[in-house]
Design a protein around this ligand. Structure first.
Ligand SMILES: NC(=O)c1ccc[n+]([C@@H]2O[C@H](COP(=O)([O-])OP(=O)(O)OC[C@H]3O[C@@H](n4cnc5c(N)ncnc54)[C@H](O)[C@@H]3O)[C@@H](O)[C@H]2O)c1
Length: 272
């Protein structure tokens, strides 16, 4: 039977990379988009262009330039969604968050040990990286469940990487965040099921992909060379590879698929 509800995608990290590509792909598949991002004024022209592209697909785009790891700002976004969803309710439509994508890149890329202590990771760096790139998933999910926006058929995804189980010089704090993020996905999958909510939660392990975040990693050239050599298709992953997979996975019939780490990498991981 057709799902008559009004599907929304809430994308954390919507202005760039995987988040941007997935926002566009889901809009093309009939979703309204709520996008959370953190951009300076110089990045806002790009966000406006993205909003226009979503509008041109006939979908609504609500964008929030806020820190996704800030409790008050998260509450304000949820409140705005509540107001928007209740307008749908008044018009006789039932809006809900069908897709929540956690795609935040905001980590400190420093080694744990360095000759000059100023070059090494600090407690503040570590805590901020873990908070944004891992723990924020839990707090957003808590609030969305409490608000009643996550329902049967909702899908939660969080972007992880091979860094959860492999080491790269400057990537220690992000590696820790990826391990924690995968653990949070398993825990949320179990708790959502036990509470009978009918929503799934999976981590998506993308292959190495050219994005703004990748270009910040000091070892990026080596990472890209190794990925091209290892990947059985001989190319890097693209943001569209991942966006298309999320669109397909979020259609009917995948509710029982939960608690996994899904490789969307053309087989890059298994050839490592
Ligand atoms: N690029 C890769 O090769 C690769 C591979 C696997 C996984 N990932 C993961 O995918 C996720 C997305 O990365 P990307 O490569 O698309 O990066 P990106 O830099 O292109 O996009 C990051 C997005 O996060 C937003 N953002 C960052 N900090 C924020 C904050 N505190 N509050 C709100 N928004 C914030 C930015 O505004 C932007 O929209 C990251 O978790 C990254 O680790 C990337």
């Amino acid at each position: 039977m057709a799902d008559e509800r009004e599907p929304w995608a809430l994308i954390l990290g919507a202005s760039s990379g995987f988040g941007e590509a997935t926002a566009l792909a889901l809009a093309a598949d009939g979703y309204n988009i709520a996008g959370v991002h953190l951009d300076r004024r110089s990045g806002m022209a790009h966000v406006e262009e993205l909003r226009s592209r979503i509008a041109a697909l006939g979908r609504e785009a609500l964008f929030f330039n806020v820190n996704a790891a800030d409790d008050e700002q998260r509450s304000r976004v949820i409140e705005s969604l509540r107001e928007r969803f209740s307008r749908s309710g008044e018009a006789g439509h039932h809006a809900y968050v069908r897709v929540l994508l956690h795609s935040l890149a905001f980590g400190t890329l420093k080694p744990f040990l360095a000759a000059d202590p100023g070059d090494a990771i600090t407690r503040k760096n570590m805590e901020m990286t873990l908070d944004v790139m891992a723990h924020s998933l839990v707090y957003w999910t808590q609030d969305l469940v409490r608000a009643g926006f996550i329902e049967a058929g909702s899908h939660i995804y969080a972007m992880t990487s091979e860094g959860s189980s492999r080491v790269v010089g400057s990537y220690g704090a992000v590696s820790a965040a990826k391990s924690a993020l995968e653990s949070h996905c398993r825990q949320l999958a179990m708790e959502l099921a036990r509470r009978g909510i009918g929503a799934s939660c999976n981590a998506i392990r993308a292959g190495v992909t050219v994005t703004h975040a990748l270009m910040q990693i000091p070892e990026r050239d080596e990472l890209m060379d190794v990925a091209r050599r290892r990947n059985p298709s001989g190319r890097l992953t693209t943001t569209d590879d991942v966006a298309r997979a999320i669109v397909t996975l979020s259609r009917e019939g995948t509710d029982w698929m939960t608690g996994n780490i899904l490789g969307i990498d053309g087989g890059e991981f298994i050839t490592g």
